[in-house]
Design a protein around this ligand. Structure first.
Ligand code: AGP
Length: 606
């Protein structure tokens, strides 16, 4: 999704903007640009190009002492990837950058008679034109009047000719955070990663509130012009955390951070080996009397929900529906006031998940979000939130966020069982004692990285791959398939092992890679039979199991032995192996695993 940054202060703006855009690259983009006041603010200058931030840097002036500007990385929605469609867009006295989609742009073209005046195919340029149409010398009034006419999601940063040193910002749905750092100036961006090196304090710009940024300070107001005090928060990580730290890519760094992320997420929520959400201010009453659960998410978060949902069903025997957020929004919700709605999201900004949450809140006030980004839209929208303390996840392919989401879902399951007397304390203590050891088990698995990497060579030439398992292993295999395909571009799908014979086995031919996960003891024999069926048809089988050694070569070609943990906890181990397999397969194909084609880290537009 698009990346936004704005700055005004005492420092030179150009490198702040360019470096900030570089830190937002992980959001996914295809063009970039900046705008800044020049010649003592007498006019606004723009540099923009299709391509990468490095390409933008190459067309920027060596010397640029401007101290106020805005920058943008564009993930194309309206209009192709061209220099003209890159942001910023200038119309009359207005120059802006935009993240979001203006749904009524056709109507506005007619209303403002813009045909023939536009230089791009974007909805964003039309927003600039509408603001300009309302501009009669007062930037704030122009923006307030214009946003009343715009339908859809937007995050704008706006410069006005004749107002040097001033940046104006307003949002609806699309995310923006801002801050003011004495000695530096005022910052605004899609997320704090862009300006973390200047401050770790930030506030979320409230929707339909207007922020005025000047060198000497910021002013936040609602559309009625009443001043509003920003609600500042701080992040507990610093600029080095948001960098690669010596790893070649963020993805492998974040895989290696999983033991710490798991420990930081699990341990503060355990007291006396029982789940404790008091520090999160999540009351036990949220769970009392819950009759059923709906878990809503997208992508990897949804697959984490599948694992958590299967665990809750098996442990507590209550109905759990795992809903794809973009589907849930348009179905008839089957939730009641006794439904616990759990919403999972790493970014906390996924538009489908956010809108699904808003819909669910019409039926129940038992909404709980599991989110990694503090203060994000989904966290603020839900009645309760359990943050995953995974630290920033920059790589588009989610890894540590998946594992910590599953861990939180497991803790929620334990809490649900205790509050509703369907689990006894002894069993829960026993389980949590094992859960608490998972970080060290994952750490131990990371030592198999080289062995896993060697398998990637075998995978890199595949055109198709299948992930099979039963029970929790089947739920886990869905994430394995997504990881592989999204960064290696190999078509991969997950299949319930017992279902293969009902069609898909026809696709298994000589050398087809099949990643089989067989850790659930109650169905182990069945999975082995299914593996033999694909092996007999020429599949190349990579097996993940708790067996120490596999000598029977009719079962697999390669075996990864998982440290012995209880069945429900092997998902954390299998996940790491599949993440590393996907990472090295992507590298083997010459891809950039951090920024796979067409993908964005957070899907903030529908
Ligand atoms: C996963 O690797 C992908 N990046 C994608 O499926 C992602 O999980 C999905 O877009 C949901 O994002 P969220 O967790 O930030 O809501």
């Amino acid at each position: 999704m698009c990346g936004i940054i704005g700055f005004t202060g005492s420092k030179e703006a150009q490198n702040i903007l360019l470096d900030g855009l570089q830190k937002l690259e992980y959001r996914g983009y295809d063009s970039a640009g900046i705008a800044f006041f020049k010649d003592n603010g007498s006019h606004v200058s723009i540099r923009k190009t299709a391509g990468k931030v490095d390409d933008l840097r190459a067309i920027c002036d060596e010397e640029n002492n401007s101290t106020c500007g805005i920058g943008h990385t564009r993930w194309a929605t309206h209009g192709g990837v061209t220099n003209a469609n890159a942001h910023p867009h200038k119309f009359g006295n207005v120059t802006l950058i935009h993240n979001g989609i203006i749904e009524n742009y056709h109507e506005l073209i007619e209303k403002y008679n813009l045909k023939g005046q536009l230089k791009s195919d974007t909805d964003s340029e039309i927003a600039a034109a509408v603001i300009d149409a309302h501009y009669d010398g007062d930037p704030k009034e122009a923006i307030k009047a214009a946003v009343k006419e715009l339908k859809g999601a937007f995050a704008f940063c706006v410069l006005f000719k004749g107002h040097p040193g001033e940046v104006y910002a307003i949002r609806n749905v699309s995310p923006m955070v801002a801050s003011y750092a004495a000695g530096a100036g005022a910052f605004i961006a899609s997320d704090i990663t862009a300006f973390i090196e200047y401050t770790n304090r930030y506030f979320v710009l409230p929707e339909y509130h207007l922020l005025t940024m000047k060198e000497d300070g910021i002013f936040l107001e609602n559309l009625s012009g009443q001043a509003v005090e920003p609600e500042f928060m701080t992040v507990d990580w610093d600029v080095t955390t948001a960098q690669k730290g010596g790893y070649p890519y963020f993805m492998i760094k974040e895989i290696h951070e999983e033991p710490t992320a798991l420990a930081n997420t699990i341990n503060p929520r355990i007291s006396d080996l029982l789940p404790d959400f008091s520090a999160d201010e999540v009351p036990d009453s949220l769970f009392a009397g819950v009759k059923d659960i709906t878990i809503i998410a997208c992508g990897t978060a949804m697959y984490a929900g599948n694992v958590g949902g299967a665990f809750i069903r098996n442990k507590l025997g209550i109905p759990v529906t795992v809903a794809i957020a973009s589907e849930f929004r348009y179905e008839r919700p089957t939730i009641s006031k006794d439904t616990l709605v759990i919403v999972a999201s790493q970014s906390g900004e996924t538009i489908d998940t956010l809108e699904a949450l808003k819909l669910a809140k019409q039926y129940t006030d038992r909404t709980l979000s599991i989110v990694n980004v503090k203060g994000s839209s989904i966290a603020r929208e839900s009645h309760h939130v359990l943050y995953t303390h995974g630290g920033p996840e920059i790589a588009v392919a989610s890894t540590k966020a998946y594992s910590v989401q599953v861990a939180v879902l497991y803790l929620v399951a334990c809490k649900l069982g205790l509050v509703n007397n369907s689990l006894n304390e002894a069993d829960v203590r026993d389980f949590i004692s094992d859960l608490r050891n998972i970080p060290s088990m994952v750490e131990e698995l990371l030592n198999q990285e080289d062995k896993i990497a060697r398998q990637a060579d075998r995978m890199a030439n595949a055109t198709d791959a299948f992930f099979i398992g039963r029970g929790l292993d089947y739920s886990l295999s869905m994430e394995g398939a997504l990881k592989l395909k999204e960064i290696s571009y190999i078509h991969a799908e997950a299949y319930a092992a017992g279902e293969l014979k009902h069609g898909t086995i026809s696709l298994i031919t000589d050398g087809t890679p099949v990643i089989a996960i067989a850790t659930q003891q109650n169905v182990y024999g069945k999975v082995v039979s299914n593996i033999r069926e694909v092996k007999a048809r020429g599949a190349y089988v990579i097996l993940l199991s708790k067996d120490k050694v596999i000598t029977d070569n009719t079962i697999c070609d390669v075996h990864f032995s998982l440290p012995a943990v209880r069945d429900e906890l092997t998902v954390f181990e299998s996940a790491v192996i599949l993440q590393i397999l996907a990472y090295y397969t992507s590298l083997g194909k010459g891809n950039n695993p951090d920024q796979p084609r067409n993908l964005a880290k957070s899907v903030t537009v529908e």
